[in-house]
Ligand binder design. Structure first.
Ligand SMILES: Cc1cc2nc3c(=O)[nH]c(=O)nc-3n(C[C@H](O)[C@H](O)[C@H](O)COP(=O)(O)O)c2cc1C
Length: 394
């Protein structure tokens, strides 16, 4: 999403300025060109050389220095920017922008910018809660500036409270969300299931599968980026839930069934990316079984969540996933017809760089009319958007 984009990074004189260096590096790794403008006070916290080295771009700190590349530098940078990101945004810069003050390179360039401007405020809780700062942020929000809300926690000054700069990965995610131009899911509610389920046999043993949840989490994130209200029903995974989605954590297939049944009717699109266990142990032992106690495990079938949703599908769009090691497309189409879904995303477990745990996936989308659309191997977030494109155009 950021590939080839020019993201001008403004850095102010706050203690969190060091995190802006990590963000700069992440923006560069995401493919963006990142010219940096530092306020004079920012240079007291981090040296310009840090940003210059990380971004391989000139760092501007003074308004009246000889321009390195541009004739009228503040106008030129403002014109080149696809987005302007100010991290950390001090109470001072927020006040200056809100008050129309342009007295240094950063505030002057922001004034000239026509692109989206994103501010990530970070400051002591007392400063953050000051009504003047709050008023200035409200004013900027109403003018169309984007504010990334600070986190709450232990601050550098020793206080506990609001005003902490979110971690660079969270900042990057939110910048991508704001810059995502495709807002075709505004007003829609999307329910995504993700991850594996665990069927406990006794307190220390369970039946599960290697699903990482990456595909479902990418779908939830992509749907949120496109403006949807997203519920993510997730089995146990080691992933951070995407910013802005409603997480509903579950463990077993029964719990996932309950959570989905309680919620699916208030959603327009349901995407079942979870690898739900088909079977559970008939007996759940209260205490750990001894080796000779557990010779065989008697299994019983779990509820079929996809079938249950499709029974009362009405106008909802329902997308299922399937994974096979042979006759994939035949099984996928059979599953679609049998359960009544609109689409099945068929994962080929034998494909390279795809499937469980991988950051990429290779799938074929199977439609009700029998059409089969094979997609190239791609990152799961890109694939998530491709799947949502098909949902929107259905
Ligand atoms: C050690 C130290 C830490 C500071 N941290 C912050 C901060 O996190 N947020 C903030 O708004 N101001 C902070 N300030 C105050 C700003 O540096 C001050 O308001 C300055 O004028 C900001 O200038 P600038 O917005 O041009 O960078 C801090 C000051 C010092 C000395």
């Amino acid at each position: 999403m950021l590939h080839g984009k020019c993201i001008v990074l403004g850095v102010c004189g706050g203690i969190a300025a060091y995190k802006a260096a990590d963000l700069a590096s992440k923006l560069v790794k995401a493919g963006a060109r990142v010219p940096v403008i530092m306020t004079e006070h920012a240079t007291k916290f981090v040296a310009p050389l840090t940003f210059q080295t990380l971004t391989d771009q000139p760092v501007t700190t003074q308004m009246f220095d000889a321009p390195i590349h541009w004739n009228v530098e503040h106008i030129s940078l403002a014109k080149q920017a696809d987005a302007f990101v100010i991290v950390p945004a001090t109470a001072n810069i927020i006040g200056k922008i809100a008050g129309g003050i342009a007295d240094d390179m950063l505030s002057t360039t922001v004034m000239a910018a026509r692109c989206p401007v994103i501010l990530a405020p970070a400051m002591n809780t007392g400063m953050y809660e000051n009504p003047i700062v709050q008023r200035n942020m409200d004013l900027l929000k109403n003018l169309g500036y984007h504010i990334i809300m600070p986190a709450t926690g232990h601050l550098a000054c020793g206080d506990e409270g609001a005003g902490k700069l979110p971690e660079p990965l969270v900042l990057l995610e939110q910048i991508e969300n704001i810059l995502c131009l495709q807002k075709d899911l505004i007003g829609k509610r999307v329910l995504v299931t993700a991850g594996p389920t665990r069927e406990f046999i006794d307190p220390v043993r369970y039946i599960s599968n290697p699903s990482s949840g990456k595909m479902g989490y990418a779908l939830a994130r992509a749907a949120h980026m496109r403006g949807a209200e997203v519920t993510l029903v997730s089995g146990p995974v080691a992933l951070q839930p995407p910013y802005g989605v409603q997480l509903c954590p579950v463990c077993s297939a029964d719990e996932m069934y309950q959570a989905v049944m309680e919620q699916y009717q208030s959603h327009d699109i349901i995407i079942k990316a979870a690898a739900v266990g088909d079977f559970k142990s008939k007996h759940h032992y209260e205490h750990k079984c001894k080796k000779d106690q557990l010779q065989t495990i008697e299994l019983e079938k779990n509820e079929d969540i996809l079938r249950a949703i499709c029974r009362n599908k009405e106008k909802r769009l329902v997308v299922g996933f399937c994974m096979e090691t042979q006759d994939l497309l035949q099984y996928a189409y059979q599953k679609l017809l049998d359960k009544g879904a609109d689409m099945i995303v068929a994962n080929d477990l034998t494909a390279q760089e795809a499937g469980f745990q991988s950051d990429n996936n290779t799938v074929t989308i199977v439609y009700r009319d029998g059409r089969k659309e094979a997609l190239d191997n791609m990152p799961k977030l890109t694939l998530a958007h491709a799947i949502l494109d098909r949902c929107v155009n259905k």
